[in-house]
Design a binder for this molecule. Structure first.
Ligand code: NAD
Length: 346
């Protein structure tokens, strides 16, 4: 039988719920964010705070608790098996999920956050704060926020920029949307996980900002791959080319931090140095390009570069499914295979 030493067992008292924070979605970003949020809240509360984690893969939650408990012996961290349980255990809940269907599932479906909020007293529901850091469809996020707010609870969308390295270092930028009062409630929690907390406007505004940012990022990562490929074909050392770009007008995050060519950034360790493992999955970038082109369609804004980039990421994922889960800078590997079809160097 699977060991379950950390499972939430007892009904949580109101006092315990007040001092508790739950985190749902412990993936590449969420696990790092939860670690920073919990460790800093623990110190701030002089060890009094309690924590709850929840992930669709229960073994992921248990691994997180095991690691956190080893780093902070005596810390109270438990595993919830459903989002409802996580909500009932804590007054503050942070979610970091892949996309719209997962957010809908965690918030509004059976055993989700909204049904759990409805089961609370009006006062307990009113004292609850939900922070969703997922990058998802703006309309879905607004509907979920409205469902949460209808129960009296507060909610913000707070998608992030800064990648896995920023999540680990606690230097993320949070782009926040929601009522100003909810933003103020969320601010101290977000500061435990990031450095720049930017209020963007009403519910969904954080997501609009995030989607616009990732539209730029998705296009830039492709063109950096193209330039690095072209320069090498014409005989340039990738290290020299990267240093030229990074001290010139072509410099951007994709060239200076997430350069896709192994050996091009000797002082850094981008995902290409680990066969594109870790980082931001190509499938998630494809999702974000789709979010941007959907918004463009509904607003009548032309996005020729965005549409072209979306198609390239779609081709990467369908023609080389192994790259779907690797960092999106692996688009370079895809382009390289197209440039050197018979080469094993790709
Ligand atoms: P991930 O796929 O690594 O993690 C998602 C986690 O959510 C997984 O552990 C999964 O098991 C869990 N999950 C899925 N459905 C669930 C459910 N119904 N209930 C509970 N848990 C569930 O994704 P990630 O890279 O951590 O990205 C998370 C979000 O952050 C995405 O929206 C992504 O676009 C955004 N983002 C990612 C990065 C990055 O560099 N990875 C950067 C900025 C923003």
């Amino acid at each position: 039988m699977r060991p379950t030493p950390y499972l939430l067992r007892a009904v949580v008292s109101a006092a315990q719920r007040k001092n508790s924070v739950s985190f749902i979605g412990l993936g590449r970003m969420g696990s790092e964010m939860a670690y920073n949020l919990f460790s800093r809240t623990l110190v701030e509360s002089n060890g009094a705070a309690r924590f709850v984690v929840c992930d669709a893969r229960e073994e992921t939650s248990h691994a997180f608790v095991k690691n956190f408990s080893a780093q902070f012996p005596g810390a109270q961290v438990q595993v919830a098996t459903t989002p409802a349980e996580a909500l009932l255990a804590s007054r503050t809940v942070v979610t970091m999920l892949p996309s719209s269907p997962h957010v809908r599932n965690v918030y509004v479906e059976e055993e989700g956050i909204v049904p759990a909020l409805r089961s609370l007293s009006a006062e307990d529901a009113r004292s609850t704060l939900c922070i969703d850091s997922t990058t998802l469809d703006v309309e879905v996020a607004r509907n979920v926020a409205a469902a949460v707010q209808n129960t009296g609870a507060a909610m913000v969308d707070a998608p992030v920029s800064g990648g896995v390295s920023g999540a680990k270092a606690g230097t993320l930028s949070f782009l926040v949307g929601g009522p100003e009062q909810a933003y103020k409630l969320a601010h101290p929690y977000l500061l435990h996980m990031g450095k720049n907390i930017i209020y963007c406007g009403d519910s969904g505004a954080g997501l609009v900002a995030k989607i616009c940012n990732n539209l730029i990022l998705g296009v830039q990562q492709i063109v950096v791959g193209e330039a690095m490929l072209l320069g090498q074909k014409l005989g340039l050392d990738p290290k020299v080319l990267a240093s030229v770009i990074n001290s010139s007008t072509g410099a951007c995050w994709s060239s200076a931090v997430n350069n896709p060519v192994p050996g091009s950034l000797p002082d850094k360790s981008p995902p290409c140095e680990r066969d594109y493992e870790g980082g931001f999955a190509t499938s998630l970038m494809l999702k974000d390009m789709g979010l941007a082109t959907d918004l463009a369609e509904s607003t009548g804004i032309p996005l020729p570069m965005g549409h072209a980039a979306e198609k390239i990421y779609a081709d990467v994922v369908s023609e080389d499914p192994e790259l779907a889960n690797k960092d999106f800078s692996s688009v370079y590997r895809y382009l390289r295979v197209a440039a050197y079809p018979k080469s094993s160097l790709a």
